[in-house]
Ligand binder design. Structure first.
Ligand code: ASP
Length: 450
């Protein structure tokens, strides 16, 4: 039994939904289908989720948002017309949106979740309706009926452990199950969404819940590439990579998945295949527990900007018991999470995502570090990128870091920080953001061209 997830571009138009129908019909093992909201039809288009955010925001501000509402309805009408479906489905979607707008909720966050989730919810109904019109036995299933229980954190839901047992029952449903991605329900019955890109999370949870043989994730590229195709021309395709490698690459900016999305499938050891809706016969990329890595110790290069570092120096820091704890406590008190802490004898840097640090927090943190830890120097540097080379085979291969640093030297990139530390799977270089693309290109030349 397989779980398939189709992303926004795979469902953006009638033409795309026809391809999805063919893919489902081609394999009876494709039992559970998770759908996103309709995505962009071309570069300049707007995703339905973003239209819904505009609708919700405008409605909260003015108590009405007729133009924004019509923009959403038009997207579905266009799709329904292209699929030659009756007007009933568009009428149902219109009524659903009106009902959501009229719902009394506790907070604006809850209201926004209700609006955002309608993108996938109504699309799942539309896809089920279309498949039925083609004679395929298909049923829409609501996450509440299926018991997809999540924590009550609007926009940031976490699956609750008891959800998996509930979801196992989906195996026994008749025909193909069409399941909306991106949201679940709290035990109190509130609708709560996952972070953006969260339909991947739903797919992964369902794959773990029904104990699937395979989780197929359909998108708009033939495979995962070793580097970002917008930075490197025609990068090589990755045929196979491990769960850990995928997790590290997604963390550092690989946009294939939300970085936590695959964890439920990984924990259960369910293989994941990334495939292309526009070219379903291409083999795609398999993500599995173990791979043969002798011939390719480095599997990919990723980079992500938006980091900053809090640099702290104090003479004899290495001998001061509790210094690290106290420093991290100051950061914890501001509700900030950190990414890396490379350290020397008398200095240490705490690296974090810079959007967590507004001017007020920055001042408070610097003051507390100065006054409570009596340091010789503390300052913040912004505009950093983390460039990462990833591969399970790196730890057993001599010369990988030599090759990487030589490549960065050729690209005239100054390295602010290197962290190989405890991760056996990746090596991270902190560099200035504006040099990140040059760094990725030269690392690609080093590890992937003859
Ligand atoms: N539609 C949601 C978003 O755009 C979730 C998803 O597509 O995965 O973030």
């Amino acid at each position: 039994m397989k779980v398939c997830k189709f992303g926004g571009t795979s469902l953006a138009s009638a033409e795309q939904i026809r391809k999805v129908g063919e893919i489902i019909a081609a394999d009876p093992e494709r039992k559970i289908v998770v759908v996103s909201a309709p995505g962009k039809r071309d570069k300049n288009d707007t995703k339905v989720t973003d239209l819904l955010i505009q609708l919700g925001t405008q409605f909260l501000a003015n108590g009405s948002a007729e133009d924004e509402l019509q923009a959403v309805i038009e997207r579905y009408r266009d799709i329904a017309k292209g699929l030659e479906l009756s007007d009933k489905i568009v009428d149902d979607i219109t009524a659903d949106l009106q009902e959501r707008l009229a719902t009394e909720v506790k907070s604006s966050e809850q209201f926004m979740d209700l609006m955002k989730a309608s993108g996938e919810d109504n699309n799942a109904k539309l896809v089920a309706f279309y498949l039925q019109s083609k004679g395929i036995e298909a049923q829409y299933v609501n996450p509440q009926d299926a018991g997809l229980l999540v924590s009550d954190e609007p926009g940031n839901a976490q699956v609750l452990p008891q959800a998996y047992d509930n979801l196992y029952e989906l195996r026994n449903r008749d025909g193909v199950v069409i399941f909306p991605g991106f949201f679940g329900y709290s035990p109190e019955g509130n609708l709560v969404t996952f972070p953006r890109g969260g339909s991947d999370i739903t797919g992964s949870i369902l794959a773990a819940g029904i104990d699937a043989d395979l989780y197929e994730n359909f998108t708009d590229v033939d495979s995962v590439y070793v580097a970002n195709p917008n930075v490197v021309d025609n990068p090589k395709e990755i045929k196979e990579l491990t769960y850990r490698e995928m997790r590290e690459l997604s963390y550092a900016g690989f946009s294939v998945f939300h970085d936590e999305a695959l964890i439920p499938a990984f924990r259960k050891g369910i293989p994941v295949c990334v495939k292309n809706t526009n070219n379903p016969s291409a083999p795609g990329t398999m993500i599995i527990a173990k791979r043969e890595y002798k011939s390719s110790p480095v599997i990919g290069i990723a980079s992500d900007g938006g980091f900053c570092t809090i640099y702290v120096r104090k003479y004899l820091m290495n001998r001061e018991i509790g210094f690290g704890r106290h420093l991290l406590e100051i950061i914890e008190d501001e509700g900030i999470s950190y990414e890396h802490i490379p350290s020397g004898i008398d200095d240490t840097s705490v690296i974090l995502k810079e959007d967590q640090l507004d001017d007020e927090k920055e001042l408070r943190i610097l003051d507390r570090i100065k006054n409570e830890l009596h340091v010789d120097d503390v300052h913040i540097e912004r505009g950093l990128a983390m460039v990462m080379i990833v591969g399970e085979g790196m730890k057993d291969t001599i010369g990988i870091s030599a090759g990487a640093t030589a490549a960065l030297a050729r690209a005239k990139v100054n390295i602010d920080m290197i962290n190989q530390g405890s991760s056996e799977v990746s090596m991270v270089f902190g560099i200035h953001e504006e040099q990140a693309d040059d760094a990725v290109r030269e690392l690609y030349n080093e590890f992937f061209t003859e």
